[in-house]
Design a protein around this ligand. Structure first.
Ligand SMILES: Nc1ncnc2c1ncn2[C@@H]1O[C@H](COP(=O)(O)OP(=O)(O)O)[C@@H](O)[C@H]1O
Ligand SMILES: [Mg+2]
Length: 440
């Protein structure tokens, strides 16, 4: 968790660990089902084992023949393992993957095709909406939420409300519903990658590309905020980019169903989680969160994209959140000197600890981003007086000069005093030497 650079332990965000070949048709049967040796579970296990190249169809057929001679209740999987066609581990993996596609049967009107990914709260599947013959993404909540009536109420309320949003930079909400015990949310499918994937792939995203992505998210926020929505969970994994480089903000409204701290803690221990992008007021557990919390989250995401590092690191979610509240931000151009001072100032303003010091709206933010994109200075982002004096002071305290200080001029009165003192010292040492020389 301390190193935000590509980490082999990060769960595969592309969801490529799903079974190959797209469509599954497990029929919802548990792979371990048994019924006279010819259960649908056995059929599925046999087929998937062959599809995955773990066994030949000949080997599976032979085990099926053996199964017929065994008493009812025997399972194909046991024979496959006994005959060393597959290992216990391989079977466990197949079982887990099949389990993850089981809700398919329970969602009428949709055919689940493959798992796209999973977050702290739910799993997301690629599916075909049969009535319209189109691809959609379906987020399916785990069983544990079914019993939490309050959560479910908020989930539906937010789902309905989000459906009113209409913006090309926001993932469209299509439906909410319940199938069996599970609740789901149907949304526009984004064929592309998340900003999280892109950071993993490129390690650092160029300034120009980062600005272009952030501008599109700011446009999404402008619309959402004007419609009375606050996202509350802006992070690289919730920003998707399709094949035409159109940026789509995902999960609007969904974060509302859980408290911010709950969500942040649910992701504790994951290398890229909400604690890295959560605003200080959310980390504190403040109840009234304004649009500027989203501006902070986007600022932290911008910081990560452009520097390749998260703004604050820590061993636990709590430690990271404490740093969001208290620790001063290392200016992004201190880490990557090529970053323009205008963009560094924009990020610092987006990530001001006090919401009142941030951009007051996505509209203001867009003005500065567009200005930076055109190579001009920002209009709104200016170093505050306290920033200037505290940064100038720290430049005298430390041998290292933070990049932010380089952008600001030291207070004029500080320079003559420094020179006078230095001059006096030099003069003193000169006189001392002359005196010594004369005496000899
Ligand atoms: N509409 C969508 N289209 C395509 N992929 C999606 C969509 N929504 C989510 N995903 C994928 O599913 C993953 C899990 O999403 P989610 O449950 O919201 O968790 P998180 O946002 O924490 O990653 C995302 O990281 C993304 O890769
Ligand atoms: Mg998400």
């Amino acid at each position: 968790m301390t190193d935000p650079t590509p980490n082999p332990n990060i769960p595969d965000p592309s969801g490529q660990s799903g079974l190959p070949g797209g469509s599954f048709s497990s029929g919802g049967a548990s792979p371990g089902d048994s019924a006279a040796g010819r259960s649908s579970g056995d059929t599925v296990v046999g087929r998937v084992v062959v599809e995955r190249g773990l066994a030949t169809s000949d080997e599976v057929d032979k085990c099926r023949e053996l199964l017929k001679r065994l008493p009812p209740g025997s399972r194909l999987s046991d024979i496959l393992i006994q005959k060393e066609v597959i290992t216990r581990r391989q079977f466990a993996r197949v079982q887990r993957e099949l389990e993850s596609t089981r809700p398919q049967k329970a969602i009428p009107g949709f055919k689940l095709m493959q798992k796209l990914g999973e977050g702290a709260m739910a799993e997301v599947f690629l599916a075909k909406q049969l009535s319209l013959d189109r691809l959609v993404a379906i987020k399916i909540l785990p069983h544990k939420f079914s019993s939490d009536q309050k959560f479910i109420e908020r989930f539906y309320k937010e789902g309905k409300a989000v459906a009113r949003l209409n913006d090309q930079n926001i993932v469209g909400a299509l439906d909410v519903g319940q199938a069996g015990e599970r609740h789901y949310f149907v949304m526009e499918y984004v064929d592309g990658e998340t900003v999280h994937d892109r950071i993993l792939r490129k390690r650092r995203i160029t300034e120009k590309e980062s600005i272009e992505i952030v501008i599109q998210v700011a446009k999404a926020l402008k619309h959402a905020h004007q419609m009375g929505f606050i996202h509350r969970d802006i992070k690289p994994k919730n920003i998707m980019i399709n094949k035409a480089e159109v940026v789509k903000l995902a999960d609007l409204g969904l974060a509302r169903a859980l408290s911010d701290r709950e969500t942040a803690h649910a992701e504790a221990g994951k290398a890229f989680g909400t604690p890295y992008y959560i605003s200080p007021e959310q980390a504190r557990g403040t109840l009234t969160i304004g649009p500027s919390a989203d501006i902070y989250g986007l600022g932290a995401t911008f910081y990560h994209m452009i520097t390749g590092r998260v703004p604050f690191e820590g061993k636990t979610a709590t430690e990271v959140m404490q740093k969001q509240i208290r620790e001063a931000l290392v200016p992004p151009d201190h880490l990557v000197p090529e970053i323009s001072s205008g963009v560094a100032l924009i990020i610092e303003m987006m990530m001001a600890k006090d919401p009142r010091d941030r951009y007051q709206s996505a509209v203001q933010l867009l003005e500065d981003l567009e200005s930076a994109h055109d190579g001009h200075d920002p209009i709104h982002a200016r170093p505050s007086d306290s920033q200037v004096s505290s940064l100038a002071k720290s430049s005298f305290d430390s041998s290292e000069t933070p990049a932010a200080v380089r952008r600001y001029e030291s207070p004029p009165s500080a320079i003559p005093w420094k020179f006078i003192l230095l001059g006096a010292l030099l003069l003193g040492s000169l006189l001392f030497n002359v005196f010594f020389f004369m005496r000899r």
